[in-house]
Design a protein around this ligand. Structure first.
Ligand code: NAD
Ligand code: 6OD
Length: 488
């Protein structure tokens, strides 16, 4: 099985590709090599895109909707039947606790196919009757087609979940895809090829190419003029680079990008609920969730109590091997990413922060020395505008700042170029309804975090994204709409 994890998947077949270049997939838990990954050449990317194009004019393109959706639903069973293998591969690549991946990553990875099969099964076109001067009238109706070949570029933090969140709707809508998973986490995307074959997805509908971004598979894919549209999840600066290349040929993009998400904790919250939720939103997945909280604003009268309780929660986290039942915190994805996060830990101290807890590398069993471990960290007392409070860190850390008034905290929450997510903690529903719409984000939770109904629109405002995906909103990107106007 480890063999296919590092292979490209083109036209229904696993292949090393033609580049003769490989790179190592390294465990973030202990630094050991997991497998060798075969980097796709520009010719391999071209082959994958050609295979996808040809699939659109083959059986896939001609298939009845009901048959296509039966196949898409079959992918759910295909993943579920290999649940343990997907789980082991995802945990190996990311180092995240088994408890987390078995509840979130793999079930959601499968559910992403079911929801979009259901959405398409219930999708209907619109019709508009129109009067005309001669009195006979006209009938307008819409009809949608698949957009074509979709380039899917995905990140490493929730590899299977975030990739299938895009492949699910793309296939349900009848497109063909070429997927470039993150170089850090190639395994579960590669393994999905086997599932696609086993459930009858025709060759060329789902293709996987491995490699990096610039001057590698990611850039080759975006620059390929036979790719009709690009859907991407990752950093905002990467989105900018992709958008420049997608502009050539005026290709559509859908972007889910970075965030610097606030949590707003009002004095009238249920403090235990707020602590439990903020403990998850700051530290889950070792802080590597785009929706995660890095800025916490707490009403002054409960500030000290909140800081002390969140500190206690942080201290209770246990770093350790993913398989251990007691582990609550995995490593960061890589030593390189840890260097970046540690540079913010250093900058916080240099900027005069009070380090409430953490701030360094934990002392762990010597067998974990080669891993990318880091301490959960909380700061207070940084000046507004300090980079630690404005830039996305993507680690298990947050800055907590007191506030006095509702208007003040709304302004603070919105004072960022990002606009992905927010959590508001209050037992006063009137206040929640008043404040929530004033926060400029794609999603705002009240008394919760990462509670997802897959039929709802998901995406980011400002520099956190372009477009919304989820439920029938995904059709805006994955289909092309034609209006047919019939003069009666
Ligand atoms: P990244 O932008 O570094 O990489 C994402 C993917 O883009 C990888 O597959 C990478 O190889 C590829 N890539 C890099 N440069 C490219 C280029 N020039 N052309 C084409 N492809 C290129 O992101 P990451 O480090 O993997 O993920 C973490 C980031 O993703 C964070 O900023 C996080 O906030 C963001 N993210 C956002 C969401 C969301 O829904 N908004 C979800 C998850 C992660
Ligand atoms: O829940 C989702 O659909 C989604 N796209 C989550 C993104 C999480 C980011 O790390």
């Amino acid at each position: 099985m480890s063999e296919i994890r590092g292979l490209n998947f083109i036209s229904g077949k696993y292949t090393r590709g033609t580049s003769n270049k490989t790179f190592d997939n390294i465990s973030p838990v202990d630094g050991n090599k997991i497998c060798e990954v075969h980097e796709a050449s520009i010719e391999d990317v071209e082959s994958a895109v050609t295979a996808a194009r040809q699939a659109l004019s083959g059986p896939w393109g001609k298939m009845e909707l009901s048959e296509r959706l039966k196949i898409v639903s079959g992918i759910v069973d295909g993943i579920t039947n290999k649940f343990e293998e997907f789980l082991a591969a995802e945990v190996a690549d990311t180092g995240k606790p088994v408890k987390l991946a078995s509840h979130l990553d793999i079930p959601r990875g499968a559910a992403n196919f079911q929801i979009f099969a259901d959405i398409m099964r219930n999708h209907h076109d619109s019709a508009f009757h129109m009067p005309t001067p001669d009195g006979t009238g006209a009938l307008n109706y819409t009809t949608s087609r698949p957009k074509g070949v979709i380039g899917v570029i995905s990140p490493w933090n929730l590899p299977l979940l975030l990739m299938t969140w895009k492949v699910g709707p793309a296939l349900a809508c009848g497109n063909a895809v070429v997927v470039k998973p993150s170089e850090e986490t190639p395994s579960t995307t590669a393994m999905l090829g086997e599932v696609m074959n086993s459930v009858g997805v025709p060759p060329g509908v789902f293709n996987v190419i491995h490699g990096f971004g610039p001057n590698s598979a990611g850039e080759f894919l975006v620059k390929n003029s036979n790719v009709d549209a690009i859907t991407f999840t990752g950093e905002t600066v990467t989105g900018e680079a992709i958008m420049k290349n997608a502009a050539i040929g005026i290709r559509d993009v859908s972007f889910e990008l970075g965030g610097k998400n606030p949590a707003i904790v009002f004095a009238d919250c249920d403090i235990d609920k707020a602590i439990e939720g903020t403990n998850r939103s700051v530290f889950a997945n070792c802080g590597q969730v785009c929706l995660g909280t890095e800025r916490v604003f707490v009403e002054r009268s409960i500030f000290k109590e909140f800081v002390s309780k969140l500190k206690e929660a942080a201290q209770n986290h246990v770093c350790g091997r993913p398989e251990s039942d007691s582990t609550t915190l995995g490593p960061l994805i890589s030593k390189e990413h840890r260097d970046k996060v540690l540079s913010y830990y250093k900058a916080a101290v240099e900027g005069g922060a009070t380090v409430v807890v953490g701030g360094g590398i934990p002392e762990l069993d010597s067998s974990l020395e080669g891993g990318a471990w880091i301490e959960p960290t909380i700061w207070t007392d940084l000046e507004d505008g300090h980079p630690v409070t404005t830039e996305e860190i993507f680690g298990p850390c947050c800055h907590i700042r007191p506030f006095d008034t509702e208007d003040e905290v709304i302004a603070l929450a919105n004072d960022t170029p990002y606009g992905l997510a927010c959590s508001i903690w209050t037992e006063n529903l009137t206040k929640a309804h008043r404040v929530a719409p004033q926060i400029k984000t794609g999603i705002t939770w009240v008394n919760s975090w990462f509670l997802r109904d897959l039929r709802t629109p998901f995406g980011g405002s400002k520099q956190s994204g372009i477009g919304r995906e989820g439920g029938s909103y995904s059709l805006e990107f994955y289909t092309d709409l034609t209006n047919i106007c019939i003069k009666l």
